[in-house]
Write a protein that binds this ligand. Structure first.
Ligand code: AP5
Length: 267
């Protein structure tokens, strides 16, 4: 695998934003089987199979969208999946799904069994020749072990696990200012000058779990349940730490450079 890494992050950022986002409907992930994606043909290049880790608000979702433009792999988020399942008009509001929604809005984790059922049902997305960028999964050692077993069974090794690192005050600031567009679902930073969606002009809302009490719970849960995965993936030699401070484009440039470095190291 060869990655072109521009010497300057500014040049990288400019090139990134000049690329037009490719169609990536993620239907197979968002709707589950039997839905099929329209853009899962083989590109002839080895696929990127990445896990994106990091505390809440570190920018995993933002980076997944940028990396998708650069690497082509599909952005698969369990958080997006759970949120859309909860809000879908046809979603069967089973007691388990209602309990999951309640846990999410207060900052807790959804039980492994529910999350794993959803991921296993969509395991074709993990076998996709286009590769994947897993965002928000795995989040517990149990989920990581289940993923490792599945990838072994399918003989599909992970390329790397990117771990975004961000100081606590910046995490809190990013989460408290995050807003999502009701119409196009894009995620953006809220400010007095930016009260409507800067993509489509739609109205913005704040996620239930971005209120201060829920943020505090999420950070505790992250430390207890998810941070141990750093050591887990370090043991497999897969961990690629990335400094998540500075602009999203700069962080993306750093990620690509770190992935390139890893490829050269293991070649
Ligand atoms: P999920 O949606 O996965 O939330 P999360 O992991 O807490 O991560 P976030 O989406 O809050 O943040 P992010 O790192 O993606 O940052 P973003 O790019 O948005 O999960 C939500 C809930 O679902 C969980 O709490 C749990 O209940 C449940 N769940 C999901 N998966 C689960 C699982 N596997 N097991 C059990 N439960 C599960 O960026 C944040 C903000 O910062 C945005 O406003 C963005 O515009 C801004 N920003 C991003 N990058 C930069 C930058 N470089 N500079 C300035 N601002 C930036």
């Amino acid at each position: 695998m060869i990655l072109a890494v521009p010497a300057s992050p500014d040049l990288f950022a400019a090139r990134l934003y000049m690329k037009s986002p490719e169609a990536n409907d993620r239907i197979a992930w968002n709707q589950g089987p039997p839905a099929d994606c329209s853009d899962s043909e083989e590109s002839g290049k080895p696929p990127w199979r990445l896990v994106l880790m990091g505390p809440p608000g570190a920018g995993k979702g933002t980076q997944a969208e940028l990396l998708h433009q650069y690497l082509g792999a599909c952005h698969l988020s369990t958080g997006d999946l759970l949120r859309s399942a909860a809000s879908h008009p046809n979603c069967v509001q089973s007691p388990a799904m209602k309990a999951a929604q309640d846990l999410m809005s207060h900052g807790g984790l959804v039980p492994d069994s529910i999350v794993w059922d959803m991921v296993r049902e969509r395991s074709a997305c993990l076998r996709c020749p286009g590769g994947f960028l897993l965002d928000g999964f795995p989040r517990t050692v149990g989920q990581a072990e289940a993923l490792t077993a599945l990838m072994r069974e399918e003989k599909l090794p992970l390329t790397a696990v990117v771990n975004y690192e961000l100081p606590l005050p910046e995490i809190i600031s990013r989460l408290s200012s995050r807003r999502t567009c009701r119409d196009c679902q894009s995620v953006q930073h809220f400010s007095a000058e930016n009260e409507i969606c800067n993509h489509c002009g739609g109205s913005l809302y704040q996620r239930d779990d971005d209120h201060p009490e829920a943020i505090a719970v999420r950070l505790k849960v992250y430390q207890r349940e998810t941070a141990p995965l750093i050591e887990y993936y370090e043991r497999f030699g897969l961990l690629v730490p990335v400094d998540a401070t500075s602009s999203a484009a700069h962080v993306c440039a750093r990620t690509v450079a770190a992935l390139q470095h890893r490829l050269q190291t293991i070649a």
